[in-house]
Design a protein around this ligand. Structure first.
Ligand SMILES: Cc1ncc(COP(=O)(O)O)c(C=O)c1O
Length: 429
């Protein structure tokens, strides 16, 4: 569900024509819908309200301060994974007591700062990290709070590079070792370990892996409780998938909740969730223009002004993003909300960017309506891990971010300039 609709033959974001934004702001550009962002946050919050779950939006999926402000105003907490993300969360008015700090390699400086500002908890990845947080909190004369990230050895059935809950990925403490770790660190002076954290991977299209992971985690908590440990919360992580390819591809979060809420309803500990993509994914599109067309052997290429530096997911994960003209010919105007519309009189093309890499594509062998130079395309479901993973590769200034609210839009991050590219460099005489 989103607020990107075709009306009068052209794509609108809420009440604003995408053509107008492109004409006034240029391309490529990320365009976000505030109503869509709010809709998805509220959907998650309501689905898990029966167990009073704390929702901590995963900033890594899209950290623009303006989006975070919208979510913070709703009472949303944040999942951060670096000092930079913590800074963003606080700048956006996020409450420190609703911030959880995950991440494989927290530096001493980052740990110190997080303790100083009073975050709710660290999600801790290893024994070495437990000892380090305890040591640093001791030096500061404070008590830190943390959850152990447990690796439940569950297959989330997603891309290998975003599978995190299987044994022998770098994440978490093996579930068989978890009890021993709790025993070993049961009476630390400066770190109170009170929670269990999971994150099995993303995007996760099936519900069963969550059920399996939650079952393993709740059993572990039962065993720990029997040994006298006080477990105060269980954090289920994020990963809920969204419809990248076609409507109905991903379960709505209400379906996940239907399976998980009964498993967690009467537990004497609190529940937290860290969804990123589910909230931000469908809230954004990437607008891009066709620069050229060419043939390569038997293949047709449509060359656009957005590249892998702007949206790397297809290159990095072979991800599919639905792409469609913003102002298609009459036969190709999709029925509302049906983004899986097949092109009429279309063609099969590779949609590629300007970057000097064969891997620089946003779609391969894709049926699309015939496009020509100057046509505007929308790359859908680009709100998560789009701008957030963008780079200046090939010295391409990163695109602007636009937030639409009803009939108005605001540039919430300007387009980068050539000066921005060289700004941090010091020319040595
Ligand atoms: C620990 C943790 N929590 C939450 C998330 C958010 O995942 P998603 O954006 O798919 O919900 C991630 C993503 O990598 C993660 O690593």
């Amino acid at each position: 569900m989103d607020y990107f609709r075709y009306q009068n033959g052209q794509l609108y974001c809420e009440g604003v024509p995408a053509e107008r934004i492109a004409a006034e702001v240029g391309t490529p550009a990320y365009v976000y819908s505030k109503a869509t962002l709010l809709h998805h946050y509220r959907q998650v919050a309501e689905a898990f309200a029966p167990i009073h779950a704390t929702i901590c939006y995963s900033i890594k999926s899209n950290g623009n301060i303006n989006l975070l402000k919208v979510l913070a105003a709703e009472g949303c907490g944040f999942d951060v994974t670096s000092g930079g993300e913590l800074y963003r969360a606080l700048q956006a008015g996020g409450e420190a007591q609703k911030i959880i700090y995950a991440g494989m390699g927290k530096t001493d400086e980052e740990i110190r700062h997080a303790i100083e500002v009073g975050i709710a908890a660290f999600n801790i990845e290893s024994e070495a990290e437990i000892e380090n947080i305890d040591r640093i909190a001791g030096q500061m004369g404070k008590t830190a709070v943390g959850a152990i990230r447990v690796n439940p050895d569950v297959d989330p059935k997603t891309h290998i590079k975003t599978t995190t809950g299987k044994k022998e990925t770098k994440f978490g403490v093996d579930i068989e070792r978890a009890e021993r770790v709790f025993e070993q660190y049961r009476s630390l002076k400066n770190l109170r370990i009170g929670g269990i954290h999971l994150h099995i991977g993303s995007p996760v299209y099936e519900i069963q892996p969550y059920i399996d992971a939650v079952k393993k985690a709740t059993d572990l908590i039962d065993r720990l409780t029997a040994r006298g440990h006080k477990i105060e919360w269980l954090d289920l992580g994020g990963g809920f998938a969204v419809n990248y390819e076609r409507p109905g591809q991903a379960h709505p979060v209400t379906e996940h909740a239907k399976a998980l809420v009964p498993m967690l309803k009467d537990k004497p500990y609190r529940i937290a969730l860290e969804p990123g993509r589910y909230i931000s994914g469908n809230s954004g599109i990437l607008l891009t223009r066709v620069l050229y067309r060419k043939m390569g052997g038997q293949k047709k290429f449509v060359i656009i002004d957005a590249g892998m530096n702007d949206l790397i997911r297809p290159t990095l994960y072979e991800s599919y993003h639905h792409i469609w003209p913003v102002s298609p010919d009459a036969a190709n105007v999709p029925p509302q909300r049906d983004k899986a519309f097949e092109p009429r009189n279309g063609e099969i093309v590779d949609v590629v960017g300007p970057v000097c890499e064969s891997g620089d594509y946003l779609a391969q062998n894709r049926p699309l309506p015939v496009t020509k130079r100057g046509d505007l395309l929308a790359v859908f479901t680009a709100g998560a891990y789009g701008f957030a993973m963008s780079s200046n590769y090939n010295n391409r200034p990163r695109p602007p971010e636009i937030l639409v609210d009803g009939d108005n839009y605001t540039i919430i991050r300007r387009r980068e300039t050539f000066e921005d590219l060289v700004g941090p460099e010091r020319v040595v005489k």
